[in-house]
Design a protein around this ligand. Structure first.
Ligand SMILES: Nc1nc2c(c(=O)[nH]1)N[C@H]1C(S)=C(S)[C@@H](COP(=O)(O)O)O[C@H]1N2
Ligand SMILES: [Mo]
Length: 518
């Protein structure tokens, strides 16, 4: 026989669950990119010190979001039973706690850049539903309790009424959950739209052109087993985003505005963009959070409009030195103006490896800037280019302890052998990738057990803006060995061998791999 105290906890769980799920349903229907749960999670992420965030990314990869959602779930499962307990002991006590959380949720939602007045409906719905359900269930529980204590005959029907109420609440919660999931998946309407978009043929195709039937230019892929794919598949491409819920944007209503220090503001729609002469370029993106040997880099073939053409339309004022690109989710990046106006192929990209941008990678339009880390350049779901000055504006990560400028550092990584691998004695192939975007990789060297550096074979680079594979074949006797690699860029810059953490402007150090030869 479950004690009535325990039933009070269940009342709290049911009330809060029904409230939260109703709030998520309301949000899914009214303001898909801000839900109360995601807003609370994002606010938590925002107020975390940068160090904790780095730790989360390092420990959980891009799944830091999952961890935060779990944290929130845990909070809800601890707070929810408490509200039932409090309300049972003292009328209004549980409801007051829920109201407090409702206010917190509303504040979190309101603080999201992509929220509007209608986004506030969801936290209000959540709180009101939870309060009404808690009140009704706890009242029924009290009635049952009173009758039972007085050993009245009415106790049995009162008990039945309470249990029916609780069961009903559980069923409605489940049904609402199903409905919310349904509305969410109807947002795959955008995914549907994405799949029907026909990308225009580039007026300038990526050079060097790949041979017939291939995406890989001749000689650029060494074919070393276990080495990074020269072109990273969209599904394998690393992902970094601050938003908990990926912004879902209808391409037919998307537009980009060029504002700030310009002669005339310019606005461009998706269709207008597709009608302009687009170019195709291989560009290797890198995240500033990538640690030595880490995998927060990827290489793709991007299709897009050179940003300089759009900036020229707007007419950039001479005093400007930065472009603050803004995403619909509030993320901003501050890119040195010259990186967007010089001869390099900085793109307003619409295509990734022959497909419209995946939703996670910025559909419908993002920025891609060769030579700079993503946090200062690669804005996804971009909605505004504000021409400004470093002295006047700060971007998202630059207000959180990361640097203002972010040129990619000359780096290399060993892909094979893997750490702790055991390989047969004889000729051991050491291979990996090296990158120095916009400068180009000139050479890669490897050394074994701290010995002399020896030149590795370098694949033909696709361009200065892409990473480049290398390979060295080393005769090794049995035992434990350590290999290191270092790259030299085309300006003579040597990869740094001093160990430096990613913050504030990118990791430094030599990738070191220890393995056993048997
Ligand atoms: N809107 C938005 N754009 C963003 C980010 C983000 O969090 N939000 N992260 C940036 C960072 S730090 C990097 S490294 C790249 C990663 O791009 P990807 O997720 O397509 O690999 O996107 C950049 N663009
Ligand atoms: Mo990044």
């Amino acid at each position: 026989m479950i004690r009535r105290r325990t039933w009070a906890l269940a009342c709290g769980v049911l009330a809060v669950a029904l409230g939260v799920i109703s709030g998520e349903l309301a949000a899914a229907a009214l303001s898909p990119s801000v839900t109360p749960v995601s807003a609370v999670g994002s606010s938590v992420i925002d107020v975390l010190p940068p160090g904790v965030k780095d730790w989360a990314i390092a420990s959980f990869g891009t799944a830091d979001k999952t961890v935060f959602l779990i944290t929130i779930a845990v909070l809800i499962t601890l707070v929810a039973p408490a509200t039932g307990f409090l309300e049972y002991r003292r009328r209004f006590a549980g409801r007051a706690v829920i109201a407090g959380f409702g206010v917190l949720g509303a504040v979190a939602v309101a603080s999201r850049p992509q929220s509007s007045l209608v986004s506030l409906v969801a936290p209000v719905v959540a709180a009101v539903v939870a309060i009404l359900v808690l009140n009704a269930l706890v009242r029924a529980l009290r009635t049952w309790s009173r009758e039972a204590d007085q050993r009245r005959a009415e106790a049995a029907p009162a008990r039945r009424r309470f249990l029916q109420g609780a069961g009903g609440a559980a069923i409605v919660a489940a049904a609402t959950g199903v409905a919310a999931t349904g509305v969410r998946s109807s947002q795959s309407a955008v995914a549907q739209q994405r799949s029907t978009i026909e990308l225009p043929t580039p007026t300038v195709t990526a050079a060097p052109p790949p041979p017939e039937g291939s995406f890989i230019p001749e000689g650029a892929d060494l074919g070393v087993p276990g080495i990074s794919d020269l072109v990273t598949a969209n599904d394998d491409f690393y992902r970094i985003d601050t938003a908990l819920v990926v912004p879902v944007i209808d391409a037919s209503t998307w537009s980009l505005r060029v504002t700030g220090l310009v002669d005339r503001e310019v606005e461009i729609t998706f269709d207008e963009l597709l009608a302009l002469p687009l170019v195709e370029r291989y560009v290797t993106l890198a995240c500033v959070s990538n640690t030595v040997g880490g995998d927060l880099t990827g290489n793709a073939r991007w299709l897009g409009l050179p940003v300089r053409l759009l900036l020229a339309r707007a007419g950039v004022r001479p005093e400007a030195d930065m472009v603050l690109s803004r995403s619909v989710d509030g993320f901003t990046a501050g890119t040195p103006l010259e990186a967007l106006t010089d001869e390099r192929d900085s793109l307003l990209a619409v295509g990734m490896n022959g497909e419209p941008l995946p939703v996670e990678h910025g559909f419908p339009v993002r920025l891609v800037v060769p030579g700079l880390y993503g946090f200062v350049s690669a804005t996804k779901w971009v909605s505004e280019l504000r021409v400004t000055r470093f002295a006047d504006d700060k971007a998202y990560w630059s207000t959180r302890g990361w640097s203002e400028r972010g040129p990619v550092k000359t780096s290399s990584r060993i892909d094979v052998p893997r750490t702790n691998a055991s390989v047969p004695a004889g000729d051991v192939v050491v291979g990996g990738v090296a990158w120095a975007q916009h400068r180009g990789v000139e050479a890669v060297e490897v050394r074994v057990d701290g010995g002399a550096w020896q030149r590795a074979e370098l694949a033909r680079p696709i361009s200065a803006d892409t990473w480049c594979q290398y390979r060295a074949t080393l005769p090794l006797g049995s035992g434990t060995h350590t290999v290191q690699s270092r790259a030299t860029d085309a300006e003579g810059g040597l990869q740094s061998d001093a160990f430096v953490d990613p913050a504030p402007d990118g990791a430094e150090g030599l990738h070191t791999v220890t393995f056993t030869v048997t």
